[in-house]
Design a protein around this ligand. Sequence first.
Ligand code: CMP
Length: 135
Amino acid sequence: MDQTLVVLKPDAVQRGLIGEIVGRFEKRGFRIRKMRMLTFGHEIAADFYSPHAGKPFFSDLERFITSGPVVGIVLEGNNAVEVVRNMIGKTKSDEAISGTIRGDYALGYTDNIIHASDSVDSYIRESKIVFPENR
Ligand code: CMP
């Protein structure tokens, strides 16, 4: 069965949206295979977001993602990577359509509530960082 990783970012946790967002994935039919609350340190942040190293928004992103606890979740279901990416909506939240998670709860670019793996390869790499016991 297909799996993907989502990370509920510090703004989602701080705003009390964990249950709301997890509920959407459950109602869609995904199974929660793993779930963990953790706080990214700078080393984990740099590793997790290494594909974005050097981009103009990287230092803001690093500061934001290390600013408080996040929730990492492994979801399982048909075509998980693509379906979950469609459910979360566009990265730039002000462009995300209503009905998507970002479209309903966010307006920012850095503070956009949730991350989801963009490919199976990203899922494999990122899930080992959030759930290091899988290494
Ligand atoms: P995420 O899906 O976690 O992947 C990279 C993150 O960088 C993205 O969500 C945003 O939180 C952040 N980011 C901030 N500005 C931008 C931007 N202009 N383009 C892409 N990502 C951005």
